[in-house]
Design a protein around this ligand. Sequence first.
Ligand code: CTP
Ligand code: MG
Length: 250
Amino acid sequence: MHAVGIVAAAGSGLRLGADMPKALVPLAGRPLVRWAVDTLIAGGVAQVVVTVPRGQRDAFAAALPPDVLIVDGGRTRTASVRAGLAAVSSSADAVLVHDAARPLTPPDVVSRVLAALAGGARAVVPVLPVVDTTVAVGPDGMITGALPREQIRRVQTPQGFHRATLVEAYRRLPARAELTDDAAVVHTAGVRVATVAGDERAAKVTVAHDLALAELIARTTGERASPQAGGSSRLRGTATEERNESGVEP
Ligand code: CTP
Ligand code: MG
């Protein structure tokens, strides 16, 4: 299976508040976007397209391997992924869409997504269970009822798709639509979305606290500044995966 990765990296990172685009912020010596690209490659993706903020092509090119395709992103994540998808070769069977903001995603998560696609899923997302009690609240902040926790999952990236299915779902999506992920785009188009086990280390870096935590995790798992020097092997396989659901739910 020929799989192409799209890394959504065109956000500005307002909530992180760094003096550069969030995807260029270093974590253990490597920009977040570089971590994301390295993870996709290590997990079995053949080629990667990165969507970048306007005017930042050179800065991103300096941070990425030369064979990565760099394209201008859009005003929203949905617009950025749409732009990235337009640059994916029609010879690809599968597309994996990943957030630059999830730098410590282990390559095993990528492999599980690819395996589900190879097994016939048209769309697949990595998910984690919710450990807290979950409730619904009204606009006044008062609890309106219980939400059955066992029916709820937290959704991560990379999210994998049969390429033609994702292209068709984006074609049907209104131009200005804004959805928070790509599973929502295909689900809106009526496609069934399967799940595989995610990983706590695929957590999203949103605020400064998340970056501090990621630094700590990168350091304690022995990650190094350069993939050649350290590789991602120490991030493979943990109890987290075994605790969570494995395999595909069609
Ligand atoms: N993203 C994108 N294009 C946009 C907005 C976001 O490609 N117009 C990407 C971000 O670069 C990030 C991912 O989508 O990797 C998830 O978005 P988020 O965590 O919200 O990042 P930012 O939008 O950069 O951060 P903020 O919302 O705090 O400004
Ligand atoms: Mg954002």
